[in-house]
Design a protein around this ligand. Structure first.
Ligand SMILES: [Mg+2]
Length: 262
């Protein structure tokens, strides 16, 4: 029996600025049945409040902070558990800086415990140089998520956190610890936030190589939706299978899953 739901957003709930068919029905059903759920995203630039606003503008009901877990928040929780009050230098967006401060970290460019790297559209050379120098001087190197590129509606793609991490790694010769999907740590923190057991949690996503593998390795029931990256054809390239496959989230039989274990 499913008692809680974790869902990816891009390619599942929306594509660019378009709400995906069935997404409103999916969220309405979760709210109607009071199912604990959260949207999990490797996006580290935006906060839960900004993501909630984005979904609301697309036509979904207003959701709460607890309904979102970003790679920035996961990274901040991880660092604050490792070292409460840690000092951090951020090479990343406002969302990441905000989450680190909210978790009790102190932002500094002087001898930080950690250099934390995420996606930023305002990447500048002095900050990149500073990040590399601080890691070379002994700061621990953390990345928010491994995605090399992000899709941009109508414009192909743009470099994402993984590409910036690659630049820092090339310059320093040090490998980052990367927190976001498919790292099992993100699934663990998500499950703790929901208060659910793995076997009672459904993981919904559009990518075999991040969402489905992460859910499977965490021992959850996995549902692949074909509204994003993975297709029935590319599915065959993977040595593992999702438990369930749907054209879009509106087709997930939540009423049945909430009653019986698949
Ligand atoms: Mg996705």
């Amino acid at each position: 029996m499913i008692r809680a739901v974790i869902s990816d957003m891009d390619g599942v709930i929306y594509r660019g600025s378009q709400l995906i068919e069935g997404a409103k029905f999916f969220v309405d059903t979760l709210l109607k049945h009071r199912v604990p759920f959260l949207f999990l995203t490797n996006n580290s630039e935006q906060t839960a409040v900004e993501l909630s606003l984005k979904l609301h503008k697309l036509g979904l009901p207003k959701l709460e902070d607890k309904n979102f877990l970003t790679s920035a928040k996961t990274t901040a929780l991880f660092i604050s558990q490792q070292k409460p009050g840690a000092t951090c230098f951020v090479l990343g967006g406002q969302g990441l800086a905000h989450e680190l401060e909210a978790a009790g970290c102190v932002l500094t460019d002087q001898r930080p415990d950690y250099v934390v790297v995420g996606k930023t559209r305002s990447l500048d050379y002095p900050s990149l140089r500073q990040a590399c120098r601080l890691i070379d001087s002994g700061a621990r190197f953390i990345g928010t998520n491994p995605d090399l590129i992000d899709p941009v509606e109508g414009e192909g793609f743009e470099p994402a956190a993984g590409s910036i991490l690659a630049a820092v790694e090339a310059a320093t010769g040090k490998k980052p610890y990367v927190v976001g999907k498919p790292n099992a740590l993100m699934m663990l923190i998500a499950r703790k936030q929901l208060g659910s057991h793995s076997s009672e949690t459904l993981m919904v996503g559009d990518r075999m190589d991040t969402d489905i593998i992460a859910g499977m390795e965490a021992g959850m029931t996995t549902a692949l939706v074909l509204s994003g990256v993975s297709t029935r054809e590319t599915l065959r390239e993977f040595p593992f299978r999702p438990d369930l496959i749907y054209d879009h989230v509106g087709n997930i039989e939540l009423d049945r899953l909430l009653v019986e274990r698949v």
